[in-house]
Write a protein that binds this ligand. Sequence first.
Ligand code: ADP
Ligand code: ZN
Ligand code: ZN
Length: 699
Amino acid sequence: MSTNETLVHVVVQTPAHSGVAGALTYTHDTALPPGTLVRVPLGAREVLGIVWDANDAAVPDGTALRAVRGVLAGLQPLDAGWRRLAAFAARYYQRGLGEVALAALPPLLRDLTPEQLARRLRRKPPPATLAVDAFAPTPIALSAEQASAACQIDAQSSPALLFGSTGSGKTEVYLRSVQSALADRPEAQALVLVPEINLTPQLEARFRERFAPLWGDAAIVSLHSGMTPPQRLKSWLAGHQGSARIVLGTRMAIFASLPRLALIVVDEEHDASYKQQEGARYSARDLALWRARDAGAKVILGSATPSLESWHASDPAVGRYLRVAMPSRIGAAELPRLRLVDMAQQPRQTVFAPPLLAAITERIERGEQCLVLLNRRGYAPVLHCHACGWKSDCLHCSAAQVFHKTDGTLRCHHCGAAQRVPRACPACGNPDIVPVGRGTEQLQEQLAALLRNIITPERRAARVARIDADTTRARGALEAQLAQVHAGEIDVLVGTQMVAKGHDFRRITLVAAVQPDSALFSSDFRAPERLFALLTQAAGRAGRDGHYMRAHQAVPELWVQTWHPGHPLFAALARHDYPAFAAQQLAEREAAAMPPFSHQALLRADARTQEAAQAFLRAAADAARAASLPGCEHVHLYPPVPLAVQRVANVERAQMLLESSSRGALQRLLAAWQPLLHAERCRHKGLVRWLVDVDPQAI
Ligand code: ADP
Ligand code: ZN
Ligand code: ZN
């Protein structure tokens, strides 16, 4: 190393569990500030790296240091706040810093040479369309509840939980909060998170309409995985450089570089899709709270059915969040009435109970729309041969392959294996193999048949459409389908939970959940919470337009077909009484010392055999106890168990639950455990991988 060279510490994307947790040391002819993006050699490759603060770096071990190959000049270094966020996420979720930090950058940035990036940066964004004579549309007058909510949120610095019924106008409150956060400070930025990509277009339209006249079209950008790599890079750069003042996105957007962050909104904060389920398993909602506090920004969580964690934190007796309620719907619209159908009283094999079918028919004849919810796509979950007992089991997974009639395939929803539907039973040749159970395809087919003679007021036959992951694979397909619904070309929409969330439908007056029972008796303690949220959200799509409802003298309804009409969940649902439901669930959780009254993590092992997976977990637990790791005495380690779907793609999966009343103790144990787990891994030949899931959403 010559005298004018300095050491720089760089984090790079290292393979998971490579054991390289911190930064690597390189040389450069000048000092580089932390946060600078650089290209560095790593083995035989050249990769993107981020210059990091010195204290996290590995001490050089005397081997010849390699030089930084290039600096991505023209880009401001990632600021200290962003670096703290990445470091916290890596630490808390037990992943490598390089893995988390580099995965948080837009993928295209990893592949660009400094020259290519410089060319992109030279492409100036179109000048802001900020004409002096542009009028901002006069914002609509807030309802009394909205005004009070906006005012309370403004006055407080603690996180706010906006507990607003479906259709209470939460989005308008977000718009006001964004406006007040950004109006006085010309550089301030806001981040707005939504759970699903398919909710971004409608939201983006509303934000654009409101703020483009004020701050220009370029001030609003989206960031989600449905965008092309160049689009993502462009949005990311706009946030990083400050030209974007509002970033709308899905969970990944929590890692956007926003140097002037003043506000984070997490819409539908209860939604499970805020939890990343691969790689670093982070919760974007939880990181939003951490990031906002660290940045001195405000944070608003919004939901009609908050997660029990957030609900508990906003209990006035706990007082960590400010709870702000908006119980009424906009325009004096009513919340849907619950109609329970007792399936025990229906003819055998009923798919649509006669009264439900009659109600749907009546709505169509009056020109109203219906939504039918079934959380299972495909035609039937399994094919069966009654002659020999054959089932369409996946060869690679402990699950059945789902029958998709539309394209004539059997498809495994776990490993993706697909094949043509056999003409006859592969085991005994019986040509009469039958679908068992039903999915959205079958529901659409049956409903279309049942309604084939029904005529709408426009004197055309009733139309039944389906929206699920299968019908929306193509880019733009979902938007096109939703546009048809909004235009009134569809009378009944059959769909999975995808259509239950967030959409502002105007003419749907009836929502039906035809088969929600399985969630009532699931072994997952969060299943009732999720079912209550799903049914409330689904019901929330009905009767949103008070004017329309009054003009049509229509009453919104939620129909639920169930074998357990006496279940207490339905009683609370009928009263729209989330607080009562939450109180009952929280009492159960407290009695059983479950979250939010305790903290959990999972250690998962995937292996060639179930024995090998469990052996690794047992050895890991033994090692933790033998070393009496810090925190160990306060953490309960449960015995290893197979996952519900035990085998996927020929890999056996097992997990071990860790539980503690102290988050700190659990964190200390997990951190101290890492080196032992790395060491243990080498002793278990059949092991494919292991991972830690902190605050798991599914047990
Ligand atoms: P939520 O997200 O709470 O379910 P939205 O924010 O989608 O509800 O609002 C429901 C509907 O009410 C939307 O069509 C919205 O444009 C309309 N809306 C919201 N606030 C007002 C208001 N103050 N006056 C008139 N309409 C409003
Ligand atoms: Zn057979
Ligand atoms: Zn499979």
